[in-house]
Write a protein that binds this ligand. Structure first.
Ligand code: PCA
Length: 326
């Protein structure tokens, strides 16, 4: 009761020391938006294990898959503000903050794994700088398999899509829906099953992996391998949390991150055919789009990318020019 202010300051300092561990051990929370069994989440768990092991427990990272700690659309802000020290996010969903975040989701710009990697390598310095300006430290990034179209019936052209309720996950998917006469609603992957079961949405553009994650064959019948783009999940840390690590720990994290980028890429490639097979096993028709459907989507895609470029800053334009070899 009579504790002098000086003593309570000392006590608080002692508590602070205990919380961060006398030997400087730290515990980080890593929110993930996708289910534990998803390859990105498995990869993140392996990354966390790698960090724990190579730092001898000096930094322990606890992953929280399925949007259990923060929902997909909350993760970036949570890491920026330090509510979580590290997290994984589909950055293209933040294109409204800066056009550069949408670079990986421009229709038919990079449609193969190789091109998606090349595009990302070109974009990376600008992306790292942008994240840094937002209090975020870039650690690694992994592509999703190519994006295709899920529908409840056979479709031969964009005209067949008119009036369909469509699940969007970023600006490009929403715009694609609008321009083909569909009605877009933003839905996080964790809420997909519910959105399809309640009829809130009936179609989407995403990977075979996400279709498998949500047993989508219970709701739709066709998957067209449009290969529209390969969006990415990016793992980033809060800058203050990062600066609080000693040099050796940072090196361990960076090394584990490089390994995770490599492993994640390989998993994404392997999951492409595996998950399409999963859709077939679920009873779905998996087929390439008709020439007409592909041409229609490419036409719409051109409108989207041209508009995006108009609103983009010089960095994004430079990346695209370099990628296109201009
Ligand atoms: N799955 C994520 C983004 C892209 C993908 O393949 C999703 O549908 O939310």
């Amino acid at each position: 009761m009579n504790r002098s202010p000086k003593l309570s300051v000392l006590a608080a300092a002692a508590v602070g020391l205990l919380a961060s561990g006398a030997a400087g051990a730290a515990k980080w929370d890593m929110p993930l938006a996708y289910p534990a069994s998803n390859f990105h989440s498995e990869n993140a768990a392996a990354f966390a294990a790698c960090v724990g092991k190579s730092t001898g427990g000096k930094l322990e990272i606890a992953t929280h898959p399925g949007g259990s700690l923060f929902k997909g659309n909350e993760i970036k802000r949570a890491v920026q503000t330090g509510q979580a020290q590290i997290g994984e996010r589909l950055l293209s969903a933040h294109q409204n903050e800066n056009a550069l975040f949408g670079i990986d989701s421009q229709p038919f710009l990079a449609t193969s794994f190789k091109d998606a990697e090349r595009l990302w390598e070109i974009a990376r310095p600008a992306m790292q700088k942008l994240l840094d300006s937002q209090n975020l430290v870039y650690l690694y990034s992994v592509p999703w398999p190519p994006q295709g179209l899920y529908v409840k019936k056979a479709v031969d052209s964009a005209a067949d899509l008119k009036g369909i309720k469509f699940r969007a996950y970023n600006a490009t998917t929403a715009k694609m829906a609008e321009l083909t006469g569909m009605i877009p609603t933003q839905v996080e992957a964790a809420e997909l099953t519910q959105a399809f079961s309640t009829g809130v949405v009936e179609s989407m553009i995403t990977s075979g992996a996400t279709g498998n994650d949500s047993k989508i064959w219970e709701h739709v019948s066709h998957f067209y391998t449009v290969d529209a783009w390969l969006p990415r999940n990016t793992v980033m840390a809060n800058k203050a949390a990062w600066n609080g690590l000693d040099e050796a720990t940072r090196k361990a994290v960076t090394d584990c991150a490089a390994q995770a980028a490599k492993n994640g890429y390989e998993k994404a490639v392997a999951y492409t055919d595996m998950t399409l097979e999963g859709l077939r096993k679920g009873g779905m028709t998996v087929a390439p789009p008709s020439d007409k459907l592909k041409a229609d989507l490419q036409e719409v895609g051109k409108v989207i990318i041209d508009e995006w470029l108009k609103g983009a800053g010089p960095e994004a334009k430079e990346v695209v020019d370099k990628f296109r070899g201009n």
